[in-house]
Design a protein around this ligand. Structure first.
Ligand SMILES: *Cc1c(COP(=O)(O)O)cnc(C)c1O
Length: 396
């Protein structure tokens, strides 16, 4: 039994859509068809600020405005700073570009080995299989190609991507993303997963998806059957705030878990959404209760028009410091910066090593107390300055 008192207190079921038959509400196709995507629709339910209204008007040339009724309902209409609202309702600031911002902030185009295949790490690839999502996150790192609002003209192609993976035996890990792969039809997903499973060197398949959060109705028994059939399929979902942890999400993650899908979560650190310790702690606790292991906490990429949503890196470090040791180890995500320009994900950690000298390592625990540990059997260990990692004596 899920502790009901831990769920969003104010969430009111169908909310604005109370008149809609329950069967429609629970139908993912109804949810998609009835997405909020025009400013007039938004204004039916929310009193917009001038910045938001302008953002809605301009969004079509940057990243489409689109929110499922289910997710829209999680916005508290009486709170202009609501954390769900900040994630999906456009603002005029999105049209501004700060000097440090980029259209392709993590340099994916430079690692595009084949159409839709980003091959940055030696043993794994990112396979972009669609340009559509159920709702659009205003800080989307891939806004250049997602929703087709810009001139990118992305046409996902399965065959060339599959051929690339088939002909590169070093690829043991394939990450399906997009857009949201769970928007594909069951037939296409079945085909894609079947083809990937048939490649002998592909050991690990995972899907990056925000569908369980935006559209939990999509996690149907039929979809789960396909994931189970090709399993183990791992999944990274994307929850940023405890208010997203509804009964619907809980039930969707349960269906996925029961189909044998191990679940991780990737949050993005966002100003005014989750950039505070108490919010983040509540989020990671709720995730564990839903069988979801917090995986990464991303520093927000330098995507154009995201300055109003980005937070100081020191804030992220402070949050991790406040979690590590203070709560369940499983609840602590790895904070990372996806290095601008294509360096990949770099872990950012609070400093727990106070000193590392020829004899010992001086360490600081979660309470700030200092401890000492000798280096390997009293033998001083040379730490090379060439970037090699120190040996195993104090790792892990
Ligand atoms: C994030 C990412 C991966 C997966 O990285 P993990 O650390 O294994 O989760 C793979 N390829 C690209 C291009 C990525 O951005």
């Amino acid at each position: 039994m899920y502790p009901q008192d831990k769920l969003s207190q104010w969430y009111q079921g169908q909310g604005h859509w109370a008149d809609v038959p329950e069967a429609d509400w629970k139908n993912w196709k109804w949810q998609l068809k009835n997405r909020i995507s025009r400013v007039e629709q938004v204004e039916q339910y929310l009193k917009l600020s001038p910045e938001e209204r302008q953002g809605c008007y301009f969004s079509g040339s940057k990243l489409a405005l689109s929110v499922t009724p289910y997710f829209f309902n999680l916005i508290d209409p009486n709170d202009p700073d609501d954390p769900i609202r900040r994630q999906v309702i456009p603002r005029s600031e999105e049209m501004e570009t700060a000097p440090e911002e980029l259209l392709d902030p993590v340099g994916e185009e430079g690692s595009m080995a084949e159409k839709g295949i980003v091959h940055r790490y030696p043993d794994r690839v990112l396979f972009l299989v669609t340009d559509r999502c159920a709702s659009y996150c205003r800080y989307c790192t891939r806004s250049r190609l997602v929703s087709n609002a810009q001139d990118y003209n992305f046409h996902p192609e399965f065959e060339s991507g599959l051929k690339y993976i088939e002909s590169h035996p070093e690829i043991r890990d394939v990450l399906l993303s997009g857009g949201d792969p769970l928007l594909l039809s069951e037939r296409k997903l079945d085909y894609l997963l079947g083809r990937l499973r048939a490649i002998p060197h592909v050991e690990f398949i995972r899907i990056g998806s925000r569908i369980p959060v935006f559209l939990p109705q999509r996690i149907t028994p039929e979809l789960c059957e396909i994931l189970k059939k090709h399993g183990p399929i791992w999944m990274s979902i994307h929850v940023n705030h405890p208010n997203e942890c509804t009964e619907e999400l809980r039930a969707a993650t349960e269906r996925l878990s029961f189909a044998g899908v191990p679940l991780g979560n990737q949050s993005v650190l966002l100003k005014g959404v989750n950039d505070d310790l108490q919010t983040m702690k509540q989020l990671v606790h709720r995730l564990l209760m839903m069988r979801v292991r917090p995986y990464y906490l991303y520093q927000c990429d330098l995507i154009t028009g995201s300055a109003h949503l980005r937070t100081d890196v020191r804030k992220g470090i402070e949050i991790i410091r406040g979690l590590r040791g203070h709560t369940t180890g499983y609840a602590v995500p790895q904070y990372v910066i996806d290095a601008p320009g294509g360096g990949g994900k770099v872990p950012i950690n609070p400093e727990y090593i106070q000193e590392l000298n020829d004899d010992e390592v001086v360490i600081r625990n979660f309470e700030g107390k200092i401890y000492r540990y000798p280096l390997v059997n009293g033998v001083p260990m040379a730490i090379s300055a060439s970037g090699d990692e120190p040996g195993g004596a104090f790792c892990g």
